[in-house]
Design a protein around this ligand. Structure first.
Ligand code: KE4
Length: 430
């Protein structure tokens, strides 16, 4: 493949954009090559400015569960755009999407729209502190909740991909209220509650960890968090920015049958446009200004174009019979094929999959159920594998610590092409 135009474009970008990207993980730093620069995408295919085509398994990091440039979504955006791009005033569409979210997500009575997952999680944290009148909160090493200061403590995703688990610029004063626990280790949470229980405002968790690679919750883990937070009057926050509307209509909380007090949402909810949201029990949400004293605002929150895209997306998911079975079956097909490749090539690896989310870890371990086990993966081997996949027309997340996202647009042929390319890539590792 020829990447000359991408390389020139990336060098040019680096002169005026830090690292040449507007989000670090896009820079391909951990896979040792310059990123390809994208020109367009349609369905499951993405194209770079050199004209190379790839089957896309990143799906813009999750939002494009219907595939790229979906006609229903584009039509909705174009129709809304004819009426104006932003009003900074209430519109009926915001109410319509809020009603649909309340209907789809079991634990949400009321919801507030924002512009990113980061805004959703930082706002939910502030709200939980106001509701409980407590300062501390618990997060899990390797869980990523966006880039608000409080969360950049042993964060996942780009923060570990770049080896920046604790970012400079986060003050000690901020960090002292962030308590760190180990994912899938209830005892580590019980210990924090034993020490700080009455001071813990909330526990925030990715109900399926997807920012250390995909790590499912162990049996009883989420239920244990629910019991502990109930016992101490602590707010349980499910960060469903990835799992929301992906694992089921009602997200991970419906999939596992464990219901939080607050839920944060993003990605899919915007249909590819910038949208985040947070919602939950009315008694908590009613503390938000202007109804209550907790301030949170946004010039473009509930933007009509983003609402149009999000509403079209959620309606499609809500009304398409068998949607989740379809993407789960495709993800299972990929998992079976990758396992067969590991066998055929004698490559040591573990595959974790939940619904349409999966990660292949290059590791000698028998399982990956914790952050430490995930971090023991062979990132050098992953980088070689990634580059070989790219050469063979497969665009995978450029990090061992991210997920593979299956969409409605992926066909069985796409899946089989990925399996074939993966076999070639694995053979090149030995
Ligand atoms: P955003 O601010 O990027 O919209 O959402 C932050 C966020 C919050 N919670 C979870 C569970 C998330 O996964 C994310 C963002 N995910 C990463 C990919 N793992 C975004 C990709 C990027 O940073 O460019």
């Amino acid at each position: 493949m020829n990447y000359e135009k991408s390389q020139r474009a990336f060098a040019r970008a680096g002169k005026v954009i830090p690292g040449g990207v507007n989000s670090p993980v896009r820079a391909f730093k951990s896979v040792g090559i310059d990123p390809v620069v994208i020109s367009s995408a349609k369905g499951s295919t993405i194209k770079d400015i050199d004209g190379n085509e790839y089957i896309d398994f990143v799906s813009s990091w999750g939002p494009l569960i219907l595939g790229h440039a979906n006609k229903t979504i584009l039509d909705a955006i174009q129709e809304a755009a004819q009426k104006g791009t932003s009003f900074g005033a209430p519109t009926t569409m915001e109410t319509e999407i809020a009603e649909l979210i309340v209907q789809m997500v079991p634990s949400i009575d009321k919801v507030r729209m924002v512009n990113s997952g980061t805004e959703a999680t930082m706002s939910a944290l502030r709200l939980s502190r106001a509701y409980t009148k407590r300062d501390m909160f618990v997060k899990f090493a390797g869980n990523y909740h966006g880039h608000a200061d409080s969360f950049l403590i042993k964060a996942g995703s780009g923060a570990i991909t770049l080896g920046l688990p604790d970012s400079p610029g986060v003050t000690a004063a901020t960090a002292q209220d962030t308590l760190l626990a180990d994912y899938n280790n209830l005892k580590s949470v019980e210990e924090l509650f034993r020490l700080h229980g009455k001071n813990i405002a909330s526990v925030i968790v990715e109900p399926v960890a997807a920012n250390m690679g995909v790590v499912p919750p162990n049996e009883g883990f989420l239920e244990g968090l629910r019991k502990l937070t109930d016992d101490y009057g602590t707010v349980l926050i499910f960060d469903e920015v990835i799992t929301g509307f992906r694992l089921a209509r009602g997200g991970a909380q419906e999939y596992f049958g464990v219901y939080p007090d607050l839920t944060t949402l993003g990605k899919i909810i915007g249909g590819g446009l910038p949208v985040g949201a947070y919602g939950g029990k009315a008694e908590i949400m009613n503390l938000l200004a202007p109804e209550g004293p907790v301030y949170q605002a946004g010039t473009l929150s509930g933007n009509p174009l983003a609402m149009a895209a999000g509403l079209a997306m959620l309606k499609a998911l809500n009304e398409t019979f068998g949607f989740y079975d379809d993407i789960e079956k495709k993800a299972a097909r990929l998992e079976v094929g990758l396992r067969a490749n590991l066998e055929k090539t004698g490559t040591n690896g573990i595959i974790n999959r939940v619904g349409s989310l999966l990660t292949l870890f290059f590791t000698d371990k028998d399982e990956v159920t914790s952050f430490d086990e995930a971090m023991a993966s062979d990132t050098g081997k992953f980088a070689k594998y990634f580059r070989k996949l790219l050469e063979n027309g497969i665009y995978m997340a450029p990090s061992q610590f991210e997920a593979t996202f299956i969409s409605r647009a992926h066909t069985n042929k796409d899946i089989d092409n990925c399996i074939a390319a993966s076999l070639k890539a694995m053979k090149s590792l030995s």
